[in-house]
Design a protein around this ligand. Structure first.
Ligand code: KIV
Ligand code: ZN
Length: 503
């Protein structure tokens, strides 16, 4: 038996504050998730917004072998939207849900048990008319009266559900309790052996992964999770932790997954790059320190025999030590080799652009690392039509004067320029200058600056989020050795995304 991995990074993960992604970013993430080898990706909640609808549609067109799911409440209009959004998916799945716990039925739904039972059954039947693959979730299942949960699951299985999902919506359960619940479902629900039993755990008490794994031991056949554990509140079960537990402790979980673990690190990094939100350094599996052995006694042991302190290898999740250093003398061939070994496929035209950017960087920086190359590729991937383009900027700054920035942009065959002063430094002055040049109102929502690698010659990467007058959010990304330039490029990238979206 195999455990199926259902990734909900693009739905439960993306809907949490700070993690919103634009269409291109979601598609890029979806393509990487397919490379990672997840069985199902939940691409969004079709009725929630036009952005969600569009991303489900585009992801449906872009992925080839992975099931694409859309969430839908147990109401016909939600299901209709999900069906429409999934029209291009080769393997579509409708994921419909309704709450089954007393507290949710009384205060949120204002429905009786009988009404909820009837709705669940009828909506699965309805979804089944359009789609063979229908997943039903009993929201807040872990706080639901077990006998009622059994009844609901039995009815939806009879109505045609192919997967029944048992969410620990509020992250309340414990491993033993959840084991008993899943075991109870397997033994008490007629038809449970004919469908996938899925679990979906939130991390409010830090137990999401432990609870999911306990459920696997009790017979769950699908685990819902997100890359880096992102998600509502404290997040969802982390995909990389679930998969590496199953791999590393195959004595306890003798059920492989289809995930190519060597894509884990890249997938985690891509999400960080897209959202600008890094994982904590001590995060299991993908944190910066996850494989670092600092203590002398550990280092000695690891040098003698890796297994003294290492239960899995960095290579297993795709962290590679590239011996060959790339610099200004590296040719296109070596560069293409490295790009490929990093797992990227880029067409010729885009490769030309990235190679040019690499050469420019290598002229200024002795050693160009893999992280630098990933950043350059990311810049190229988030390119939007360059409605505004940076021509140059000049900063006049010091600790005894007011900073001024003069920014010159290309716009519709014209050169436009503005000069602004700020007590808050060069980036603030530059953003004020750009605001004056752009003929549209918007607000800066978020600004994150970080370094791509260590060292004083590291490139700075900047991610900004802006909001237009209709509260629509756009992301921008910029990378440069100069952090002011990276900041300006990220801002212009977000503005161009906003303007081309209006297009
Ligand atoms: O946490 C939850 O209950 C959910 C469901 C919609 C599956 O996300
Ligand atoms: Zn959830």
């Amino acid at each position: 038996m195999q455990i199926k991995i259902f990734d909900t990074t693009l739905r439960d993960g993306e809907q949490s504050p700070g993690f919103s992604m634009n269409l291109a970013e979601k598609v890029e993430m979806a393509i990487q998730l397919e490379k990672l080898g997840v069985d199902v990706m939940e691409a969004g909640f079709a009725i929630a917004s036009s952005g969600d609808f569009k991303s489900i549609t585009e992801i449906g067109k872009s992925v080839k072998n992975t099931t694409v799911a859309s969430l839908a409440r147990a109401v016909p209009k939600d299901i209709d939207m999900a069906v429409e959004a999934l029209q291009y998916a080769k393997y579509p799945r409708i994921h419909t849900f309704i709450a089954t716990s007393d507290i949710h039925m009384k205060y949120k739904l204002r429905k009786s048990e009988d009404e909820v039972l009837e709705t669940a059954r009828e909506m699965v039947k309805y979804a089944k008319k359009f789609c063979e693959d229908v997943e039903f979730s009993a929201e807040d299942a872990s706080r639901t009266r077990p006998e009622f949960l059994y009844k609901v699951l039995e009815e939806v299985i009879k109505a045609g559900a192919t997967v029944v999902n048992i969410p620990d919506t509020v992250g309340y359960t414990t491993p033993q309790e959840f084991f008993n619940l899943i075991y109870g479902i397997r033994t008490n629900v007629v038809g449970a052996d004919k469908v996938d039993i899925s679990v979906h755990c939130h991390n409010d008490l830090g137990m999401a992964v432990a609870n999911s794994l306990s459920a696997v031991r009790a017979g769950a056949t699908q685990v819902e999770c997100t890359v880096n554990g992102i998600g509502e509140r404290a997040g969802n079960a982390a995909l990389e932790e679930i998969v590496m537990n199953i791999c590393t402790r195959s004595d306890l979980y003798p059920f492989p997954t289809k995930v190519n673990t060597q894509e884990i690190y890249r997938t985690s990094k891509l999400l960080t790059k897209i959202t600008g939100i890094r994982v904590q350094p001590n995060k299991a599996i993908v944190g910066e320190n996850a494989f670092a052995h600092e203590a002398g006694i550990h280092q000695h042991g690891v040098l003698e025999n890796k297994e003294t302190y290492e239960i899995m290898t960095p290579e297993a999740i795709g962290i590679t030590e590239n011996q060959l250093v790339l610099g200004k003398h590296s040719g296109r061939h070596a560069f293409v080799d490295r790009v490929e070994s990093l797992g990227f496929t880029i067409d010729e035209k885009n490769l030309d652009e990235v190679f040019l950017a690499f050469k420019e960087l290598a002229d200024k920086k002795k050693v160009v690392s893999d992280r630098d190359i990933e950043a350059l590729i990311h810049v190229q991937r988030v390119q939007t039509p360059e409605i505004y383009k940076l021509e140059r900027f000049v900063i006049n700054a010091g600790n005894t004067i007011t900073t001024t920035s003069s920014v010159r942009l290309h716009y519709k065959d014209e050169i436009i320029e503005s000069v602004k002063a700020s007590h808050d430094g060069a980036i603030d002055a530059s953003y004020k200058a750009i605001d004056e040049l752009v003929d549209k109102k918007f607000e800066l929502e978020d600004f994150v600056i970080s370094s791509v690698t260590g060292g004083t010659d590291a490139q700075g990467e900047v991610r900004v989020r802006i909001k237009d007058e209709n509260n629509k959010v756009y992301n921008g990304y910029g990378v440069n050795l100069d952090i002011v330039e990276a900041s300006i490029l990220a801002y212009i990238n977000a503005i161009n995304a906003m303007l081309s979206n209006e297009g």
